[in-house]
Design a protein around this ligand. Sequence first.
Ligand SMILES: Nc1ncnc2c1ncn2[C@@H]1O[C@H](COP(=O)(O)OP(=O)(O)OP(=O)(O)O)[C@@H](O)[C@H]1O
Length: 233
Amino acid sequence: MSKTYGTKKNAVRALDAVSMELRRGTFTALMGPSGSGKSTFLNCAAGLDVPTSGSVWLGETELSRLGEVERTELRRERIGFVFQAYNLLGSLTVEENVALPLRFADRGTDHASLRRVLTAVGLGEHAGRRPSELSGGQQQRVAIARALITRPDAVVADEPTGALDSRSGRRVLELLRHIVDDMGQTVLMVTHDPVAASYADSVVFLSDGRLAGELPRPTPEQVATRMTHLGEW
Ligand SMILES: Nc1ncnc2c1ncn2[C@@H]1O[C@H](COP(=O)(O)OP(=O)(O)OP(=O)(O)O)[C@@H](O)[C@H]1O
């Protein structure tokens, strides 16, 4: 797919014929210098935006062909989102925050699934707390539980550890690894951090809106070396 922002002389080609297949049950990290198109790719892949040309498929559904309303519905039902800022509602409890996507999707709240997902992210004991009573790492794990509650086909995470200290970050990355290995989830994560990227099955590099290689079974050192070759981080 390609994505151009603006028109004519103000046009910015953010993605230039980038083609990628994310297999079910895999964890992919997306890296590249600032402005290389990572967020643009993630947004188009997850149906928050549409490419200017090319197509995006989620299973049998051509996401890029859907109108705004259908795309919003598909996002709610089939994609889980995790961002650097946890975007939790402060007035709701942990459990209520996690249940929110079910309400938006007009699905009933299934308490057994809520308990299960909260336990999976290690917050079974904190269901009744407010986000302000949790650490940053715990809040991000609430956000991951919220992303998982609809049993989405894929989870996209844009810098999920960007605001965390390295210990809480590790816990979040281990959790992402766990949802892939033990729950069969598919995860796409944008990150600047070679250690975070090393938790993925494979790292895809972007540079100037183009694919710039892939590194399977990455180590932090290999990722850092590649990033150095791509220029500024
Ligand atoms: N809404 C927009 N309108 C115009 N240009 C945009 C818009 N969003 C992004 N761009 C441009 O598209 C290019 C790719 O941006 P993008 O945010 O995808 O990069 P990125 O790799 O995620 O960067 P960063 O690591 O800094 O977040 C950049 O040149 C950026 O300035």
